[in-house]
Design a protein around this ligand. Sequence first.
Ligand SMILES: Cc1cc2nc3c(=O)[nH]c(=O)nc-3n(C[C@H](O)[C@H](O)[C@H](O)COP(=O)(O)OP(=O)(O)OC[C@H]3O[C@@H](n4cnc5c(N)ncnc54)[C@H](O)[C@@H]3O)c2cc1C
Length: 444
Amino acid sequence: MTGNDKKVMIIGGGLAGVEAAYQLSKRGINVELYEMRPVKTTDVHSSSFLGEMVCSNSLGATQLSTGAGLLKEELKMLDSFFLRIAEANRVPAGSSFSVDRLHLAENITEEIEKLPNVRVIREEITDIPTVDYPVIIATGPLTSGRFAENLSILTLRKHLFFYDATSPIINAESIDYEKIFRASRYDKGEADFINIPMSEEQYNEFVQDLLNSEKVELHEADKDVFFDACLPIEEIARRGEMSLAFGPLKPVGLVDPGTGKMPFAVVQLRQDDLKKNFFQMVGFQTRLKWGEQKRIFRKLPGLENAEFERFGRIHRNTYINAPLILNKFYQCKLNENIYFAGQICGVEGYVESVCSGLIAGIFTALRILGEPSYNLPENTACGSLVNYICQADWKDFRPTKFTFGLLPESNEPKSKRIKKKLKKEHKAGIALESLEKWIKKINI
Ligand SMILES: Cc1cc2nc3c(=O)[nH]c(=O)nc-3n(C[C@H](O)[C@H](O)[C@H](O)COP(=O)(O)OP(=O)(O)OC[C@H]3O[C@@H](n4cnc5c(N)ncnc54)[C@H](O)[C@@H]3O)c2cc1C
């Protein structure tokens, strides 16, 4: 690499960090990408690869009428590195975009290491760098402890913590296939999911088991701080005896070929790797103790001898109070050399993390190249997401996924009663048109 005039330091080689590195590299900017693994690891990463998806292998739905679908379409238009490699690592999963996580991460690492102007340095950063060129902080929800402590210097007030949970993964060979059936909801896809049908009696017993189970304790200050989008299964059960049947165990769109009827409830398992060796329990994030997971989940039909490749877990999630700290370019208001990207900046989810890394990378490049930074249009998924994180109410700030609710209302007359799906497709069309214009305008 040559001098410092066109150079950026990125801290964290996760989903956001690798995307930002690629966006800078392709615009001729040198990158030093610091990743602490394998020198120091996190509680949930299982490899030393860059860009590892730590839990579910799903990047969400693909239809343009869904938040995940629109966001991914925009990222494709913006030449997302992560999505391109993900496409080559897809596994069958109905209408959702799922991947072989570790193979994907291995490919990402190879591709990043091949880039001539990106240097990957395996080292933990513990202090806020005082360099005179831009730094993108993308250390993720599991930012190492010492660095997180030092971040409070930048974050004006104590940075925030809360807890999230992950789902168990089961070894495919240990499932009893006589008791389950394969199907995708509403027959979308090619019978990609394993479905465990439950009778009302089995369901009620399962709920009681969850309620009476032993859980990993949280610190007092951390209680009641789960995201609604990622609630542990036992927490959902606690909120009402039918909550699971209307939530992750909902049977709609599924018919048990054994009975010809819709079961009372269904536990779904989704393929986790290309070789079909592992299946993940869908929506089963949990903080049950591991022995309890084994005891209770093995009561489910077909899982009597299940071998758990990974148990569900509880984990820390670190993020900054973005509305106080960031502007619309993912840049610190008080230190223009510091940018944040990924989950730590207040977005939530794989695709959103990639998105923020991509956009932070582009804005950093624009600044270095002396080009004007035009705001992202508010009516795009990427633009509405950054708007949310820098304009939300800081007193009650929580990381967010992209949903259509973040987009401004379109000019459709209120009286015109169009179906929700059509309305979303209409907004998606506007978003893609606006983004195309923005891409032409920034012209790099
Ligand atoms: C347990 C868990 C489960 C999740 N499950 C899902 C899910 O199922 N679906 C979903 O959409 N989202 C999920 N998320 C949320 C989020 O989408 C992912 O965490 C995503 O990987 C965030 O991307 P990122 O780039 O911000 O962070 P990461 O991908 O975690 O990357 C951050 C990188 O920074 C490195 N690092 C940390 N501190 C330092 C340091 N001081 N110096 C150098 N390197 C450092 C880490 O090793 C890591 O590689 C989950 C998060 C967690 C923690």
